[in-house]
Ligand binder design. Structure first.
Ligand SMILES: Nc1ncnc2c1ncn2[C@@H]1O[C@H](COP(=O)(O)OP(=O)(O)OP(=O)(O)O)[C@@H](O)[C@H]1O
Ligand SMILES: [Mg+2]
Length: 381
């Protein structure tokens, strides 16, 4: 076993022996679920090497203790994927993640990752920062050998410094990070202040991760939204339900409905289904429950596309629901989230008169703008 392990270690550094990810990808293209894209196939090679290394790590963890004393654990190399929006980074990361042969893995959206880090930090106010980071790194690496962080960006120098300390510890503990981002590590920080501090973080990424560009020309999300032509569907009824189903299937390559929950201010927010950065939900779920601005902003940060069913006619009798809907649309609009929805009527007829109709005019204007091509072309913020 030891011999086989060492053979694998030496082979894994240069090229991948297996083609599991590529094979699944090609099967999807055969089934016409996706288009073949050479740049994506290239990226799959890097993901496959990472997957093979993780498989070796899993094998090592199962080795008898005596063997482990004589053999160091296989050195893991992290992966940093960058590329423009809608190129398929999250899709390929999900494919990789689902096929990684270990339960000791976790996939985060970047904002979730930071939320958890800050929550941990909050609990450990007694400890100083260095001890807190060491404790969190220990916790993460005892639970996981792989952490995927999707849609990574850092705009805040304080976060960069925190992450620099945390990632240093995680790399020391041989944990594999797989990150997707819209920017190369060199371009992550455009803030200006304390640039030297940020450079330390950039260097850490460059030294510990393989940096791979996903250089395809097609923005698949945009091409779908363009071909969908309609993002605001009315009236409600069977064909509206069918529209929601077809849209979800097309955007997610027929992913099964997977309920999603997230902690907000100590409460659990439960949503119908999420796949990568696409949320399937309804007016009832978002506006008929006692949710507020915090919940909506978190949703707007986590998801790039929100598919929302069954927006009813609104009125002063539905004052609370209407207010929540207005707050929700503000949050989605602020973050350039693409809204695909079904409604009882066109936006301008949703709230016709009575108390609150005047305030609703801003929402109508936003709903109309959110159907326009240049809004659909805008980058999730
Ligand atoms: N080769 C492909 N053929 C068809 N659809 C694709 C292909 N690649 C990606 N898609 C679809 O395009 C959409 C965008 O992909 P994805 O969300 O993975 O992009 P991304 O690179 O993560 O974008 P962002 O930078 O905005 O997060 C998804 O619905 C995905 O399923
Ligand atoms: Mg993405």
């Amino acid at each position: 076993m030891l011999k086989r392990y060492f053979q694998k270690v030496s082979q894994s550094d240069t090229s991948s022996k297996t083609h599991l990810l590529q094979n699944i990808y090609l099967k999807w293209t055969d089934e016409k679920r996706i288009h073949i894209d050479n740049a994506q196939v290239e990226l799959l090679k890097a993901l496959q090497i990472t997957l093979d290394n993780i498989a070796l790590c899993v094998e090592y963890l199962h080795m008898p203790l005596l063997h482990k004393i004589n053999a160091p654990p296989p050195k893991q190399k992290s992966l940093y994927i960058y590329g423009d929006v809608g190129r398929g980074k999250s899709m390929l990361m999900q494919l990789f993640y689902e096929n990684c042969p270990t339960p000791k893995k976790k996939r985060y959206h970047y904002s979730q990752f930071m939320c958890d880090l800050h929550a941990f930090s909050h609990e450990f106010t007694k400890l100083n920062k260095t001890e807190m980071i060491a404790a969190y790194a220990k916790k993460l690496s005892s639970e996981f050998i792989l952490i995927c962080i999707d849609e990574f960006y850092v705009t805040d120098i304080a976060d960069a410094m925190l992450l620099e300390r945390l990632f240093t510890k995680l790399f020391e503990r041989n944990l594999t990070l797989v990150v997707t981002s819209n920017r190369h590590p060199n371009d992550l920080y455009r803030g200006g202040i304390q640039k030297e501090q940020f450079l330390i973080f950039t260097k850490l990424l460059l030294n510990n991760a393989t940096i791979v560009a996903l250089d395809t020309h097609t923005d698949y999300r945009l091409s779908y939204l363009k071909s969908a032509q309609q993002v605001f569907y009315y009236p409600l009824g069977d064909s509206a339900d069918q529209f929601i189903k077809t849209t979800y299937d097309q955007l997610t390559e027929k992913a099964p409905i997977t309920p999603y929950s997230v902690e907000v201010l100590g409460r659990t927010l439960s949503l119908t289904s999420a796949y990568q950065d696409i949320l399937l939900t309804s007016f009832n779920e978002l506006c008929e429950q006692p949710l507020g601005s915090h919940d909506y902003h978190l949703i707007a940060q986590l998801f790039n596309v929100v598919i929302m069913a069954n927006i009813p006619k609104l009125s002063s009798e539905k004052r609370n629901e209407s207010k929540r809907f207005m707050t929700l649309i503000d949050a989605l609009y602020e973050h350039n989230v693409k809204l695909i929805c079904t409604a009882d009527s066109p936006a301008e007829d949703l709230y016709l008169d009575g108390d609150g109709a005047f305030e609703f005019r801003r929402t109508v204007s936003r709903l109309i703008e959110m159907q326009a091509q240049n809004y659909l072309d805008s980058v999730h913020n």
